[in-house]
Design a protein. Sequence first.
Length: 266
Amino acid sequence: MDLQLNGRRAIVTGGSRGIGLATARALAAEGARVALFARDAGALEAAAAALRAGGAPEVAAVAVDTTDDDAVRRGVAAVADRFGGVDVLVNAAARPASAGPPTDLASITDDAVRVELETKVLGYLRCARAVAPLMRAQGWGRIVNVSGLNARKSSSLVGSVRNVAVASMTAALAQELGPHGINVTVVHPGVTETERTPDAVAARAGSAGITGAEARAELDATTTIGRITTAAEVADVITFLCSPRSVAITGDAVAAGGGTPGVVHY
């Protein structure tokens, strides 16, 4: 299937690693011109160099802290100036769930909640707000918000709240922007294989007093397919949603976590 992304202009936040970098790689493989947003300029340049070495047609590395609205607007303006516009926004700049605050009520502070909302919810909103006028003017665009399956679980109060908020925001944006040719969707990854996974497995093994193989088996048992998905596999789903071929999907949540055993979502 031709995803019709050749020559499209994309911004990927959180693009220096994990799902963000995997998505940038997948978009570039389809011929898209890609701008990476992240805070760490060194990591950004390394990611951009890796994409270029892999044959990406054009990659821009833009150091942007999405908690800063002025920085977001400057970054989007720089990309629009370089690429001549923006067609696609993938919001993936957020702290991983494993780095989140404590989950018990007594230990959760107001500031712990604020930092999660500031980064993931308001950060996504700032980026969408900056690109929307460009997409409206051209009558087409795609915004994909990477959230997480904590939106469907009660195991993490803060993780659930931030991810549900992203899903709700997605639906509201889809309703407003849909008449202008702009689709907005949210993707819920589960536990995903990234460069952080080996350390997470080792930490789990150490805290539980089990072997690394046992800790890994615990992770893999949480999915219907019998293993956790990779960042590249999640990126494939996101890339389709970034394409013109995804016009029938907007405002909705798409799970990309390998399935949850024993659960029905409808």
